[in-house]
Design a protein around this ligand. Structure first.
Ligand code: SF4
Length: 326
């Protein structure tokens, strides 16, 4: 039996706009195995949000799936009915969003919301509440039984995010999508939440698709990394390989700009000069060309293919090809 849980196969997604088609995702292929943590990293505009909403099939009305498939446990989600998707969401796959304030309903107690999440279960209410309290306790919320009676505004930002993770894990999903879940938190809380998430992930053996622009967290948590730029995968591989031996200039620049990698004191943090290209008018050739310090004439002519460099390490850059085609 295959150990692949989620598989994106040549997925291309556009948004129809008055300016023409905005190419949000182009030819995306990667997989997530059962119990594995895969990190997705890239700047704003790289396609992370479209990727998540496509997997969950919660896309804007102007979204067009142009090509490819998203397979979850072997089933193509793009061909699934809305009912089939509703059955999957919150049960087999769940999500933690970046902003915990927008996750919770402000007018319902946490206990009420955690009961609602268990609507598929036929267990008595008392059992569901006990289960909700156990989950809150597992995420380090003190006195969980009493806190079930409280409203979201009575919790700190860090606690709200722990509650969001507890809610997402209530159904023991096969896949947890974590969309920058620690971005709004301070560094100490971030470490605590990442450690707890890691422990629970091991206990439940669920796969995690972890989206972040924080490379330190990705390095700490993930088994594999997918680096995205302007709607395409530019590099992917084992986390150690990507951080110690990056093969794409964009990945190298991202690592250079990560505060955790800066060794000397500086008043201004380094950035990658330039901007992500307009997705409605992508340039010819390599999309990173305008920001790449190693660009060659050939880079303007042809899109570099995502080539296999070593076992499980792929990169899309002409520098990795001994000879560039004429
Ligand atoms: Fe830079 Fe060329 Fe590689 Fe693109 S293909 S990243 S422009 S060297």
């Amino acid at each position: 039996m295959s150990d692949t849980l989620l598989e994106l196969d040549c997925l291309s997604v556009d948004y129809e706009t008055s300016r023409g088609d905005l190419k949000a995702l182009r030819d995306i292929s990667f997989d997530v195995k059962k119990g594995e943590i895969v990190g997705i990293v890239g700047e704003s505009g790289c396609g992370k949000s479209t990727l998540i909403s496509s997997i969950l099939r919660l896309t804007a009305p102007n979204t067009r799936f142009r090509e490819g498939e998203i397979r979850f446990k072997g089933r193509n989600l793009l061909a699934a009915s809305e009912k089939q998707m509703r059955d999957l969401r919150g049960a087999d796959m769940s999500i933690v969003f970046q902003d915990p304030m927008q996750t919770h309903n402000p007018v319902l107690t946490i206990g009420r919301q955690m009961l609602d999440i268990q609507h598929r279960s036929r267990s008595p209410k008392a059992e569901k509440l006990a289960r909700a309290a156990r989950m809150l306790g597992a995420l380090g919320i003190p006195d969980p039984e009493a806190r079930l009676k409280q409203y979201p505004h009575e919790f700190s930002g860090g606690m709200r995010q722990r509650i969001a993770i507890a809610m997402a894990l209530m159904s023991e999903p096969d896949l947890l999508i974590a969309d920058e879940p620690t971005t709004a938190l301070d560094a100490t809380l971030e470490v605590q939440i990442i450690e707890r998430l890691q422990e629970l992930q091991r206990e439940m053996n669920c796969a995690v698709l972890f989206i972040s622009h924080h490379l330190g967290v990705i390095a700490e948590l993930c088994d594999r990394v997918v680096v995205m730029y302007a709607g395409a995968v530019v590099e992917s591989g084992e986390v150690r390989e990507i951080f110690h031996n990056p093969k794409h200039p964009y990945t190298r620049r991202l690592i250079d700009c990560d505060p955790g990698h800066i060794k000397t004191r500086a008043r201004v943090l380094p950035t990658i000069p330039g901007e992500v290209p307009d997705l409605a008018a992508l340039p010819q050739g390599c999309v990173f060309r305008d920001r790449c310090t190693q660009a060659m004439p050939h880079c303007a002519a042809q899109v570099p293919p995502l080539s296999k460099l070593e076992e499980a390490h792929h990169a899309a850059c002409w520098l990795n090809h001994g000879e560039v085609p004429a």
